[in-house]
Design a protein around this ligand. Sequence first.
Ligand code: ADP
Ligand code: MG
Length: 699
Amino acid sequence: MSISFLEQGVQRVQGIKGRRVDVLADAGVRTIRDLLHYYPRRYLDRSSIVPIRALRGDMSSVTVVGEVILADTVRGRTGQRFELIAQDESGQVMKCVWFKGAQWIRGRFSKGDRVAFHGKPQRYGGMFSMAHPDFDKLDAESRTLDTGRIIALYPGGAALTGVGLTSRAFRHIIHDFLTQHGEEIPESFPSDICEAAQLMDGPAALRAIHFPEDRDELEAAQRRLKFEELFSVQIMLAQLRRRRIVHAGPRFEAPGALMRKFLQDGLPFELTGAQQSALKDIARDMRSGKQMRRLLQGDVGSGKTVVAVAAMLHALDSGYQSAFMAPTEILAEQHYANLRKYLDPLDVRIRLLVGGLPKAEREKILADIAEGEASIAVGTHALIQEDVTFRRLGLAIVDEQHRFGVMQRARMFEMGARPHMLLMTATPIPRSLAMTLYGDLDVSIMKEMPAGRRPVRTALRYDKSREQVYAFVRGEIEKGRQCYIVYPLVEESEKMDLKDAESGHAELKKIFAPHKVGLIHGRMSRGEKEDTMTLFHRADFKVLVATTVIEVGVDVSNATIMIVEHAERFGLSQLHQLRGRVGRGGEQSYCILMADYKCTHEARERLQVMVDTNDGFRISEADLKIRGAGDFFGTRQSGLPELKIAELPGDVELLTEARDLAFGLVKRDPDLKESGHAALREHLHAVYGDQGMGLSRVG
Ligand code: ADP
Ligand code: MG
């Protein structure tokens, strides 16, 4: 049986038809292969269950199996919630509470159900409780557990449960399939690789991941499947790396008059050593005759923009245009204003291209870019629309590159005749990961901050100190400083959050009167945003209330206070970005994280990391530990295929091993043409087909 049998639609599998097909497709399961690789999210056996009697408040996530003895919706101050009481064999009881979706949850449980609950136990009053635990109804399985078996539990959710695809259903469907067709599943990995990495064979691993005999077998299966995933990505990176060497790029001359003039007279400060050496790297690349692909990584505030400007002048000195793309309009506008300030004196012509321009204006700008009237085009992703053509594009820069999708970046670098590319990011990536994610890029790291910066002082505060916080802000305003107050914006309820910011704004206007308080958010028109930022830049507004639209890049050096409301709702990297909006001048700056007093212990610990360090690198590692790389570098951010089973940085050793073997294999057989590699090639194509293509265009 060939690999293609795995590519058949999942509706070929017994037990999957009708609405189940659609619901599975939404969960990313379209083919038989997808189904077999739909990994359990958790396993249950005797050893993984904690008796209620043994629960402790300092435990992180645990599994409790108990019988539902009471279940009801309760009306509380803050609305309806659903509560149930479960009792386990130890005779003790535990409470589970759902504050959201009480109605839906209600229909899930009846008295007498045996259920596995997964969550963090917290002690309230005399009883342990779990808020919003994950759960799996067991019933029949309880008996299996007693015989020492391991039960796989699958990712759940209302949609799947709604069509009867519970964990139990998945087990039955997959079990029946493996019984009938298990023998036909092919091994896709070359035997020498399997041997070298001591891998369990593929078909056996697929069976064991769903139906492990014991813990050892499960671990071996997990190792094999993780390796499979990491190895596949590394093969693609290795191929990219090989292919990239051959691309020619425009050959620039030595930096000329413009760049020299800018560096000598145009700057009110000396470049840091880190900036100089990044510039050297860039100049060397751009003069090499090969296409530059460089990632410029420097913490928030390290001064990446100046490096970008110098590089664009180098391009212009050699007779080439540059494009400079930023993820938000606010940031593009700011870059434009800054560039004008630096470059107007040098008579360099810059155009700003963003969405929603009046037709005539847009056409004029497009013509200027196409005819070479403009030397530099700054903009948002409007720069990569079909109708944008450059006369002679030599350098493309993407600021805050992690905010762009892989395809957007790819488009940028396909414009014209392969311009040099410079990707900039403030997201410090641990070395091990940089290798994986950007193995096909060269990296310049700026570790040094401009001199004279005072580290931002960070504090964690709760509602009860609000008055003091405002008094402090008022004091700073009276010293001539400015303040940001940021409200979170959670996509699901954008409207509600906006209300937060808007009502916050109304109140703050009263609190800080007669000082003026501005408001900026993503739903404002371009003009409104622009006006607001101008007023803040000019210090007409002393306080700027914002949703996270200001998260990246905004640079107002007189602003010295950053207050983040509901700080517990933000990720660490995001908080670090926000904090980076202050501490840009010589004055002492402050970041005040306002958290809900009721926020969890974990949230406090997380926020404490911000208080303890200003080092973006440490913050990103902490963030990575907390969130896992899958989330941190979601596909959208990194441009790499999502990892389904491997976890970074946890599996970094396996990654290194996979990387070595993959690079070795590609060196021996670049296009996987040897007969022993045919199955692997098919596998890669099947799994990553189009994505692999997208990836190769970025590289
Ligand atoms: P980021 O790396 O976060 O994009 P920016 O490029 O916005 O940082 O620079 C942050 C601030 O530091 C800007 O106000 C910029 O003018 C200033 N700056 C950049 N380089 C230096 C330097 N070498 N010395 C002093 N200030 C600098
Ligand atoms: Mg920046």
